[in-house]
Design a binder for this molecule. Structure first.
Ligand code: ADP
Length: 368
C-alpha cells in the first residue's frame, strides 16, 4: 500500500483544512494510507507523534474550519541539509515516499530541494549507519506535489491560490463596516491591506468596494500623485459622496522606491489647506487571514486535493515536481520551479523598480 503524507507549511490561509481533508479522503479512496505531518517541516524533522496516520473520519467537518488544524510553522532546521537528512529518515521509518505540501513559494521551494537531494540523503543515511540498504530499498524516489496556499494570490502560473478569495471577502466585509461609519461622520479612511510584492488583494478590494484611490506595489503613481489624489477625492466629494476610502497594499511604493505610508496619505487628506477631511487609518492585519474559507476556496481546495493525489499516483522518477494550478477555470498540473522562479523574478523586478518588467512577467505565462 502506498503511503501518502500531507502537510501545511509557511503562512496559513483559509482553505488549508479543506486541502488536507480532500487529500486524506482521496488517498484513502484510491486505496492508499493517508498521513498528516503536523507543524510543517518542523514535524517532518521531529518525527514521532508529529506524523500521524489519518482515517476518513479524522477530517470530518474540516471544510468549514479556519486556519490549519494540523498546524504550520517556519522551520529553520529544514534550511540545513542536516535537518532534511533527519526528515528523510523519519519519512522512511514511517514508510512514506510521497508528500503533498500546501504552502507558499518558500515551502514549495523547500519541497523541490528535498526531492532533488533525496537520493544523496538516502546514501548518506546508509553510509553513516542510520539506516540499512534494505530499509531504503523501496524508497529510491521521493514524490512531491505542491498546492499553493496563500492569501496574497502571489504565485505565477495559477489564477487563484487557496485562501485568496476568502481574504478578499473578509477585506470587503471590513470595508463595508468602515464605510458605514465613514459615511455617518463624513470621514476619510486610509485602509492598509496585506500584499508585499503583490497588489492583487488591494486591487480587487478596490474594484469590489468602489474605493476612491489605490496604491499597489506593481504600479506606482506618477510623481504628482498627491495632487491627483486630492483632485479625484475633491471631485467625488463635490458629487455628494460622504465617505472616502483610500486603499494601500502594505508593499506599495512611490516611483522612487519609497514606501507609501498610511500616515503620509492621512496627513495629505487631513491637510487644513487642502481637503481638510477628518481622516483615520485602519490596518486590517490578521483578520484578513483568519475565519472560515469562502465557498470558492473550499471548492478549489477540494478539487486540487483530488488532483494532487492523482498526480502523486501517476508520477514517475522522470516527472518534474509539479504543483496544482487553476487556469481558465480548469484544474491543471504545472512544473513547480518555473512558477516559483517567475514569482521571485516579479518580486525582484518590483524591488529594483522595474515596474514594466514586473507587469510583463505577470502577464506572460511561463514556458513549460
Ligand atoms: P511560505 O511557504 O508561506 O512562502 P516560508 O518562506 O517561511 O513561507 O517557508 C516556510 C518553510 O519552508 C520555512 O520555514 C522552511 O522550513 C521551508 N523553506 C523555505 N524555503 C526553503 C529553502 N530554500 N530550502 C529549504 N527549506 C525551505
Amino acid at each position: 500500500r502506498k503511503k501518502i503524507a500531507i502537510m501545511t507549511s509557511g503562512g496559513d490561509s483559509p482553505g488549508m483544512n479543506a486541502v488536507v481533508r480532500s487529500c486524506v479522503r482521496m488517498a484513502i479512496h484510491m486505496g492508499c494510507d493517508a498521513y498528516c505531518v503536523y507543524e510543517g517541516y518542523e514535524g517532518l524533522v521531529r518525527g514521532g507523534d508529529f506524523i500521524k496516520q489519518m482515517d476518513w473520519f479524522d477530517v470530518r467537518g474540516w471544510l468549514s474550519e479556519g486556519g490549519t488544524l494540523i498546524g504550520t510553522a517556519r522551520c529553520m532546521a529544514f534550511y540545513e541539509r542536516a535537518g532534511r537528512l533527519t526528515a528523510a529518515k523519519n519519512m522512511i521509518l514511517n514508510g512514506i515516499d510521497a508528500l503533498i505540501i500546501c504552502g507558499g513559494d518558500g515551502s514549495l521551494t523547500g519541497a523541490d530541494r528535498f526531492r532533488a537531494e533525496w537520493p544523496s540523503l538516502l546514501e548518506e543515511l546508509v553510509s553513516t549507519g542510520e539506516l540499512t540498504a534494505e530499509q531504503i530499498q523501496a524508497y529510491k524516489h521521493l514524490n512531491i506535489v505542491g498546492i499553493v496556499g496563500s492569501i496574497d494570490n502571489d504565485l505565477s502560473g495559477t489564477d487563484a491560490t487557496v485562501g485568496c478569495y476568502s481574504a478578499l471577502a473578509r477585506i470587503c466585509l471590513c470595508i463595508d463596516m468602515i464605510e458605514a461609519t465613514a459615511s455617518s461622520h463624513s470621514r476619510a479612511f486610509v485602509v492598509e491591506v496585506m500584499g508585499r510584492h503583490c497588489g492583487w488583494l488591494a486591487l480587487m478590494a478596490a474594484v469590489a468596494t468602489g474605493a476612491d484611490f489605490l496604491f499597489i506595489p506593481e504600479k506606482p503613481r506618477e510623481d504628482n500623485w498627491r495632487e491627483e489624489m486630492r483632485s479625484v477625492i475633491q471631485q467625488h466629494r463635490r458629487l455628494g459622496k460622504r465617505k472616502t476610502i483610500v486603499l494601500i497594499a502594505e508593499g506599495a511604493l512611490d516611483k522612487f522606491g519609497n514606501k507609501i505610508t498610511p500616515e503620509e496619505v492621512r496627513d495629505l487628506l487631513a491637510d487644513k489647506n487642502g481637503l481638510a477631511l477628518d481622516t483615520r487609518i485602519t490596518t486590517l492585519g490578521h483578520v484578513q487571514r483568519g475565519g472560515t474559507a469562502v465557498a470558492y476556496d473550499r471548492m478549489l481546495a477540494t478539487l486540487q486535493g483530488v488532483e494532487a493525489v492523482k498526480a502523486v499516483l501517476e508520477a514517475t522518477p522522470e516527472t518534474k515536481t509539479c504543483f496544482i494550478a487553476i487556469t481558465e477555470n480548469k484544474i491543471v498540473r504545472k512544473p513547480l520551479m518555473e512558477a516559483v522562479l517567475d514569482t521571485k523574478q516579479v518580486a525582484k523586478a518590483i524591488e529594483s523598480q522595474d515596474f514594466d518588467g514586473a507587469m510583463a512577467l505577470r502577464d506572460a505565462e511561463f514556458s513549460e
